[in-house]
Design a protein around this ligand. Structure first.
Ligand SMILES: *[C@@H]1O[C@H](CO)[C@@H](O)[C@H](O)[C@H]1NC(C)=O
Ligand SMILES: *[C@@H]1O[C@H](CO)[C@@H](O)[C@H](O)[C@H]1NC(C)=O
Ligand SMILES: CC(=O)N[C@H]1CO[C@H](CO)[C@@H](O)[C@@H]1O
Length: 295
């Protein structure tokens, strides 16, 4: 009897496991610099993006978590403290709504700086009974989060960052990085955080590489070689603060296509929604540029 036809069971298993690596869904990301209570959620949910990364989150010395909303007229608020979500229902409903149909978004991340990470990993440490751990659990529950993004541009301390990443992994988050420089630090972090894990289970499962401003000369192919994983290059949309780094949707499409042809990428992404709205640009055009290169 050959119930599996001409394919043996081992080769069938091999074929079934292969698409995990060859056909991983391409990433189409955008960083949310604008206060999520003020940005155009409908446009974000209907412009082909599948990942949104909320900027910026920080932790305080007591392990509380703050949302720095970076938008004129908005104030920074504490969202989790003492193991409880305290950001209010309007904010939690708004963040949860990103993944509620109709939408193309299936992953929501929060982007953090490195303030207090080292101190808190020393005392009280990365244990589940700490306020920090409990606060991340509460925030994940309230906002329906998938990952924490590390946008460290100052600390670069490998051991405390690995401890923090592993703590978040135990709390149910994936960990992602948004480097622009210091490749040796990121290489050590990725290697140590993913040590012993199969590719499908990597804790650090995404790299959003800044290819603008301080990272303008970054080459995605060389970062892929150094980190041993595919990257998602980021470009800055049209902006009047540093116009030299402005990228139109058409320019973004050709940059992504050029990089992708030199070395297969995991996808592409943008910094940031605030400028799309301020400069009256089109979410649909920027999303379509990503979709055409990373269908
Ligand atoms: C938000 O985006 C949608 C779809 O792109 C658009 O129709 C709508 O006018 C926008 N709303 C505001 C307030 O700009
Ligand atoms: C934190 O929670 C504990 C236990 O629920 C409570 O006793 C304490 O007063 C709380 N502290 C603050 C600052 O809210
Ligand atoms: C994200 C960002 O830096 N946006 C800037 C774009 O330009 C305006 C005007 O200069 C700034 O206010 C924004 O902060």
């Amino acid at each position: 009897m050959k119930p599996w036809g001409p394919l043996s069971v081992p080769s069938l298993i091999f074929l079934l496991s292969f698409p995990l690596f060859t056909f991983a869904a391409p990433i189409r990301a955008i960083f949310l610099f604008k206060d999520v209570l003020k940005s155009n959620t409908t446009a974000l949910k209907t412009s082909s993006f599948n990942t949104v990364i909320i900027f910026g989150i920080g932790i305080l010395s007591d392990g509380s978590i703050k949302y720095y909303s970076n938008t004129p007229g908005s104030s920074d608020i504490t969202v989790a403290s003492n193991g409880t979500y305290v950001g209010g229902p309007a904010l939690s409903e708004k963040v949860r709504s990103f993944k509620v149909a109709p939408t193309t978004i299936d992953r929501v991340e929060i982007s953090m700086n490195s303030q207090h990470v080292k101190n808190l990993m020393t005392t009280p440490g990365p244990n589940p009974n700490t306020p920090l751990y409990q606060n991340f659990l509460a925030l994940q529950e309230a906002w329906g989060l998938d990952a924490v993004n590390n946008d460290d541009e100052s600390l670069y301390d490998v051991s405390s960052t690995v401890a923090f990443a592993k703590m978040l992994g135990r709390a149910g988050y994936k960990y992602t990085i948004a480097p622009y420089t210091n490749v040796r630090f990121w290489q050590a972090l990725v290697t140590q955080a993913n040590s012993g894990l199969a590719a499908a289970e990597w804790l650090v499962d995404r790299v959003y590489l800044q290819c603008y401003d301080g990272g303008a000369s970054n080459d995605p192919r060389s970062w892929e070689g150094n980190l041993g994983m595919k990257v998602v290059p980021l470009v800055w949309v049209t902006n009047d603060s540093k116009p030299a780094f402005s990228t139109t949707a058409a320019q973004a499409r050709s940059k992504f296509a050029g990089w992708h042809s030199r070395s297969a990428l995991a996808g592409g992404g943008y910094w940031n929604d605030y400028d799309i709205e301020k400069m009256k640009l089109s979410y649909a055009e920027y999303g379509a540029a990503l979709k055409s290169v990373f269908p």
